[in-house]
Design a protein around this ligand. Structure first.
Ligand SMILES: NC(=O)c1ccc[n+]([C@@H]2O[C@H](COP(=O)([O-])OP(=O)(O)OC[C@H]3O[C@@H](n4cnc5c(N)ncnc54)[C@H](OP(=O)(O)O)[C@@H]3O)[C@@H](O)[C@H]2O)c1
Length: 324
């Protein structure tokens, strides 16, 4: 069901943000599939906030497909400290990267959309593509989510007016090797993993977690995300969003127990119920993904956590640095 096809062999692909957490996994997979992949970001001399820089890069490299993994983002604390910067940068980057791709004659464009663009209180706890814009986003992430909704709208408008092929792949929560573990930049699973890892190293008696531990969330291993994105790039043609997700939820308490067991931490877990929980459940609907991509993520969560932990152990200083 998930065997690679010759589709990618020799294909010229540009991954914007191709050295970031997600982008580097997409680059690795393209490499294994025999594509000619190039990364585009400030490190390669291209600031995608600027239309002309993006256009110059695409005209020079002439990719057939662009996978847009470039973003200016961090965890919730980072978003709330820099709401204007993250809004402005991502809005410009999203709009100009797609426009540059269109002007450069790119045949297919893949928007990467974060799950925070979904309504903050989704009906039945399911993030369903047909309800993508059906309600307000959670206030803590609406600045970022709004730029992703704008990119989805841009793909629709470009399809209508220009016949441009832009698809939007929605990823909920990612984790995996190469994740950022600095408190400013880490997302929920990475933050939990670091908490337990540090507690074990320091011999702390307990780990205190925010909230009740009851909310249910889903977690997608980053290598599965890369596989799903390329599967969508190959097979999906419509401008309406498509989830690449596991569809399987775990409570924060279950996740914490799994991490504790894998790390071998013997202390207590305490929940600070005075901290907000957020929505009780948020998991991705995967009906569209299964029908359109004939694909499912393959990595069991325990295996993914073990691989992420092994990476954290081997790269601790790099992983917790603010940049990188
Ligand atoms: N991480 C998650 O848990 C998660 C979950 C769901 C969705 N996503 C989505 O996945 C995408 C990638 O996220 P990520 O976690 O991989 O982020 P990341 O590790 O921060 O990588 C983003 C990359 O974007 C590049 N970039 C930033 N500003 C740029 C600019 N002005 N011009 C050109 N390139 C720029 C950066 O490279 P340079 O510094 O070299 O410019 C960086 O490597 C985002 O759209 C995000 O919303 C992520």
């Amino acid at each position: 069901m998930t065997e690679p096809t010759p589709f990618w062999k020799g294909k010229k692909v540009c991954v914007t943000g191709g050295r970031g957490f997600l982008g580097s996994r997409v680059m690795d997979r393209l490499d294994r599939l025999g594509a000619e992949a190039v990364s585009c970001s400030r490190r390669s001399g291209c600031d995608l906030k600027d239309l002309q820089q993006g256009l110059k890069f695409f005209r020079q490299h002439r990719p057939e497909i662009v996978v847009n993994c470039a973003a200016h983002q961090g965890g919730i604390a980072y978003q709330s400290r820099y709401p204007a910067d993250t809004y402005y940068d991502n809005l410009l980057m999203g709009a100009n990267t797609m426009e540059a791709a269109r002007l450069a004659g790119v045949a297919k464009y893949v928007n990467i959309v974060a799950g925070c663009a979904y309504p903050g209180e989704p009906e039945g706890g399911r993030l369903r593509e047909d309800q993508f814009e059906a309600g307000p986003m959670h206030p803590s992430v609406e600045n970022y989510g709004m730029t992703k909704r704008a990119a989805v709208m841009q793909a629709r408008c470009y399809a209508r007016q220009h016949g441009f092929k832009g698809i939007s792949v929605v990823l909920i929560n990612l984790y995996g090797p190469g994740e950022h573990f600095h408190p400013d930049r880490s997302h929920a699973l990475a933050a939990l993993l670091k908490k337990f890892y540090d507690a074990k190293r320091s011999g702390a008696e307990k780990v205190v977690l925010w909230g009740s531990g009851r909310p249910v969330r889903e977690w997608l291993f980053v290598e599965d995300a890369a596989e799903g994105i390329l599967r969508a790039a190959e097979r999906y043609e419509k401008p309406e969003p498509i989830n690449v997700a596991t569809g399987q939820g775990h409570t924060i308490a279950e996740l914490a127990e799994m991490i504790r067991e894998i790390i071998g931490y013997g202390g207590r877990i305490e929940y600070d119920a005075s901290r907000p929980d957020g929505a009780l459940r948020k998991t991705g609907e995967i009906t569209r993904m299964q029908a359109e991509l004939d694909w499912r993520p393959r990595t069991p969560i325990r295996e993914g956590i073990r691989k992420t932990l092994a990476w954290l152990e081997a790269h601790y200083d790099q992983a917790v640095a603010a940049e990188g």
